[in-house]
Design a protein around this ligand. Sequence first.
Ligand code: UDP
Length: 323
Amino acid sequence: MRCLVTGAAGFIGSHLCNELLAQGNEVWGIDNMSEGRHERIKHLFNNRRFKFAICSISEKQILFKAIQQCDIIYHLAAVVGVKHYVEDPVKVMEVNLVYTFDLLEFAWKLNKKVVFASTSEVYGKNNTIPFSETSARVYGPATANRWCYAISKSAAEHLCFGYAQQGLSMVIIRYFNVYGPHADGSAYGGVATRFIIQALTNNPLTVHGDGNQTRCFTYINDIVKGTIDAGSKPEAEGKIFNLGHYHEVSILELAQLILTLSGNKGNIIFQPYEEFYGSYFEDIPRRVPDLTAAERILGYYPRVSLEEGLKKTIAWYRHRLSR
Ligand code: UDP
């Protein structure tokens, strides 16, 4: 298969390219390098089955030609990271929805399959746990910028279904708090990576609010496997799948675990949401997936425990920081 991966130099995109190549596929990656990092894909440049172009999905002609020449599109290019949602909702809607509209239109016209990377954020602050793929999506007011990401991905999911109704072959996957080597450790990145870097650099771990909010952290290898299986199993066609982990952990517990696993005696500080995100912010109190559909149809199971995944990730960042 020739696979097109958008967002190929991103955290998940780069791991996906690795595995698609390892499975014998040809991979064409594109990334505009806004959040993409050369370091994540540089080892692939001497693989003759890998081609990469610095290009935005807004460049319609290039996108069209790339789609024309591929069999399947893994659409991962997006603005991701809660601080981005708060600071730049226009960019979020533009990339995640408007450009995705073009991509889906091209894929539909050219009769190519799309694997659309969506997010557990679409469930919003629904308080009925766990979230199954048919759970309601519950958001706050438009004055809380945070919801623009969920809205952009939700709307793009509707587009996927709309085009599917007209014949597009597609599958949607919703990722739950993915972590692992190469994840973004900046203020725009996910909490697990931020805590690991804080611990390894002997800085206090910054827990937002009271730290009782929960998430289910999922190691990158499980996510990549689930993504490829979603794209390749015929029974998955036209469906949505949660890809996550069962282990629910509070953010405070996560901080304590990372301190222990990194052998750091550092401390934890509680930071008000407003101080980090700006004046008005709404968090998601609990986020837990129902993985029944993914288990039944994809044979998905999160194999890497939180402790094991964190140990691997800590070791990787320790090595990287030492260089
Ligand atoms: N969080 C935190 N400290 C940080 C970064 C994030 O306590 O330095 C919290 C954040 O407020 C949220 C949770 O960790 O409650 C998960 O945040 P993340 O940005 O990883 O993504 P989310 O799951 O909210 O999409």
